[in-house]
Design a protein around this ligand. Structure first.
Ligand code: HEM
Length: 156
């Protein structure tokens, strides 16, 4: 499937994916509520939704990379934020697998006994959530406009 496909996807679907991603992340952040097995599988599902979210906003990402040096301060900041988010998220996923109880057992492997991985997992996941919060706050204008245009379009 070409990138062009993702650029042409309707705004309604785009917003729906953002909503699914936000709800999944909030659930992923509370393993005590969902239980560890759901937490692990939901994280894997969230990674796929995140990949779709990135593809849908690929044009922005492409422009931000190309114009990084000359871009306005805010665009540059958002790009750095995205990069840190991706690093934090990757570390959260990798350390999650190191402490996994359910998925590793299914694969016939054992979780690491090293407690550092638990700490790495806790710190990286909390940092990731903080970065998502800043990301939503900075793009609140886009989110509001997109919601408004979806509501007024369907109201016609
Ligand atoms: C976006 C990715 C992820 C986020 C944001 C996340 C977030 C969290 C959070 C906030 C905790 C509670 C930490 C605490 O207060 O003790 C936790 C615990 C845990 N997570 Fe994740 N997680 C992610 C991915 C994963 C993955 C992919 C796995 C395994 C395949 C996993 C397995 C676990 C396990 C087993 C615990 C319990 C650790 C323990 O108490 O021994 N997580 N995670």
């Amino acid at each position: 499937m070409s990138l062009q496909y993702w650029k042409g996807i309707p705004l309604k679907k785009n917003l729906l994916i953002d909503l699914v991603a936000s709800i999944s992340l909030l659930l992923v952040m509370d393993p005590r509520l969902t239980g560890i097995a759901v937490h692990e599988w939901l994280s894997v599902a969230f990674a796929s939704v995140l990949a779709v979210h990135l593809l849908l906003h690929w044009t922005w990402l492409e422009t931000a990379v190309k114009r990084f040096i000359r871009a306005a301060g805010l665009t540059r900041f958002k790009f750095v934020l995205t990069a840190f988010f991706l690093i934090g998220f990757t570390v959260a996923m990798l350390s999650g697998f190191m402490v996994s109880e359910s998925i590793l057992e299914l694969l016939g492997a054992r979780r690491s006994a090293n407690m550092t991985w638990r700490e790495v997992h806790e710190i990286s996941s909390n940092l990731t959530l903080l970065l998502v919060g800043i990301h939503v706050a900075l793009d609140w204008g886009w989110i509001k406009n997109a919601c408004r245009s979806v509501v007024t379009e369907s109201g016609r």
